[in-house]
Design a protein around this ligand. Sequence first.
Ligand SMILES: Cc1cc2nc3c(=O)[nH]c(=O)nc-3n(C[C@H](O)[C@H](O)[C@H](O)COP(=O)(O)OP(=O)(O)OC[C@H]3O[C@@H](n4cnc5c(N)ncnc54)[C@H](O)[C@@H]3O)c2cc1C
Length: 398
Amino acid sequence: MENGHFQLPPDIQEIVDLAKRIVRNELIPLEAEFLPHPAHAFGIKETTNLKRVFGPDVVNHLVDISRDTGLWYLMVPEKYGGSGLSMLAQIAILEQFNYTAVPFPFANVANILYQCEGDQVDRFLKPVIEGNMTTCFAQTEPNAGSDPGGMMQTRAVKDGKDWVLNGTKMWISGAAESDMIMVQAVTDAEKRQRGGITMFLVKRDNPGMLVEEPGIKTWLGPHASQYIVHFEDCRVPQSDVLGEVGNGFRLGQRWLTIHDRLLRGPYALGKMQRALDMSIEWSKNRVTFGKPLSERQAIQWHLVDMYIDLEALRSLTYQMAARADAGEDIRTEAGMVKLTSMVWGARTLDKAIQIHGAMGESLELPLTLFYRYLRHGQIGGGANEIQRMQIARKLLRG
Ligand SMILES: Cc1cc2nc3c(=O)[nH]c(=O)nc-3n(C[C@H](O)[C@H](O)[C@H](O)COP(=O)(O)OP(=O)(O)OC[C@H]3O[C@@H](n4cnc5c(N)ncnc54)[C@H](O)[C@@H]3O)c2cc1C
């Protein structure tokens, strides 16, 4: 603590400052081209989204910056050439990159892939780290969303050295653009989520897997990139089972805890800070009835509420990251971060749009895009009610 403010260690602050410079000098200037483009990107790690909007010169330039600075490996463990930075450091850095709508290319690795063993490391993990293989995660089904453990219908049955998968997954982000899909299937109908669900790594060219195209169009979340995926006698070798047979549900939960819950904290924080900065600036310059908006109490109270949400979320997120670094089981607390970051984030963006008036709706500004993504996060990856249910369970267990 210094001057009453939480201070990051100097070595981490240095990387945060580097991230800030990249965002200001390289990414924000690209927003004018990026924001009105129909293929809005979701997430901050995917070069595939960048490629939909910009030519190879821009994409390669950003990838070069990412690789030259080492930021590419920000979230990769040291064992695989990564930064070895703490979760807290990663979160502080990611917050900076979420200040802009333009995604910065990082190695995009679902953390469960670090369970790869033997030749899986060379066949799957390393190509994903280097950006030569894209992946997605398939848990949800037409009748299994909030309760995947209880309702999942996709089955896998052992046949010789292979498993044979049958069933349908739905809402799978990026399935058509992925080289490999991490699929959960029931392997023991009695045990289900308690040892009866297994994770399979299914290659996109597997003849037993069909990705329905075009994808499902949504407005809040990513543009046209959710898909229905069918498995019809889809043969997957035992060597492409991730982790142990029966452990796939736990693996999925582990991925969700960090990627889909804790990391929503910085995902929202960057957007909220930008919305607040823009709103302060706008309200000082926009004059109505002879005075700037910033002199009106109604507007000041919006700004104050935005600031409180931002600071409260930052404290919560950083604290949970530090507890994860200390080895604590933060599954429930990560749900708190997900819930608050998406709810407080969306209401902060709603206020920013209101303060900007008509301009707030314009695609020249990132506000509506930020709002959509944060509102989507109240459903995707475990809806608000499900996070509350899990937090209540822990509270009531005592
Ligand atoms: C844009 C987008 C991208 C997605 N990407 C992926 C992906 O890549 N991979 C993947 O596997 N899935 C993905 N999903 C699926 C997503 O995780 C599910 O939609 C989400 O978990 C909610 O499931 P559901 O839609 O079936 O809602 P339901 O389970 O039908 O729930 C409907 C509503 O009821 C509430 N509810 C449910 N049960 C209870 C209860 N017991 N008490 C109180 N309220 C309850 C829920 O919170 C929700 O608000 C994506 C979804 C979207 C929209």
